[in-house]
Design a protein around this ligand. Sequence first.
Ligand SMILES: [Zn+2]
Length: 260
Amino acid sequence: MRVEQLGEGEPEYAVVGALHGDEPCGAHAVEHFLRERPSLERPVKFVVANEPALERNVRYTDVDLNRVFPGDPDADEYERRLAHELLRELRGCTTLSIHSTQSYDRPFAIVDDADPLTEAICPYLSIDAVVEAGGFTEGRLVEYANVIEVEAGRQGSEEAKAYAVRLVREFLGAIGALPAGERRSADIPVFRLERLIPKTPATTYDVRVANFERVSPGATFATADDDELVAREPFYPVLMSPYGYEKEFGYAAELTGTLG
Ligand SMILES: [Zn+2]
C-alpha cells in the first residue's frame, strides 16, 4: 500500500484508489495529484490500496478487499491483512474512494446513507446519481469508515481516468483543500438499493435496460441464454451489467428523492 500526504498537518481527509486492482482509474488520479503536487489548504492523505493486484490487473490476489472489512492483521489472505491496515490509515479521515464499473459510462456516488456528509460533498461532484447502499454494505469500506465511494466510469477506459482526476479535484474543492468549484444547481437523484438481481446459470447473459432508468412491470430487463427475465414490479437498475458480477446482474433500486 502506498500512502503519501500533501499539505501540512494531521490529515482529516483521504483519497483512495485501487481497492480493486483491475480498476486503474483511482490509482491514476492519486498518482496524478502526487506528481502535480498542488498546494493544499488542508492536509490530505493519498492512498493506492492494493498494489500487487493493480500490478497484475486483477480485482484481488486472495479475496475481494472490498468484501472483507474490517480485515484481520493475522489472516492468511493478503487482502484481509490489507483491509485492517487500510482502515487504520483512514481512521479519523473523511475519504473519497475511487472505483470503476462495467455497468455505466459516467460517474455516480455510492454511500452508506445519504447523511450530512453526502449532502455537503456530493453536490460538488460531477455525478449523475447518489446510491445509498443501505443493507448491502457487509464487508465493504463504506460500512467501516467515513467514505464516499465514486464509480468514475467504465472500467479500464481513458474516460474513467479523466473523470477520476476531475472527481478528486472536485472533492478537494468541496473540503476546502483547493478553491471550491461550483456547487451544482441541478438536483442529483438518490437511489436506494433494495435487492440483488441474481443470475441463473447460463453461458451468455445480456442486460436490456439502462441503469438509473425506470423499468416497467412486464418489461424484459435481461436474458440468460434463451431465458427472458421479466420485471414483476417497477424498479431502477443500478450497477447492472451482463458480466460485472459472477452471481448477480446487479441491483434493483428505488428512487427515494434528490440531493441539492
Ligand atoms: Zn471497485
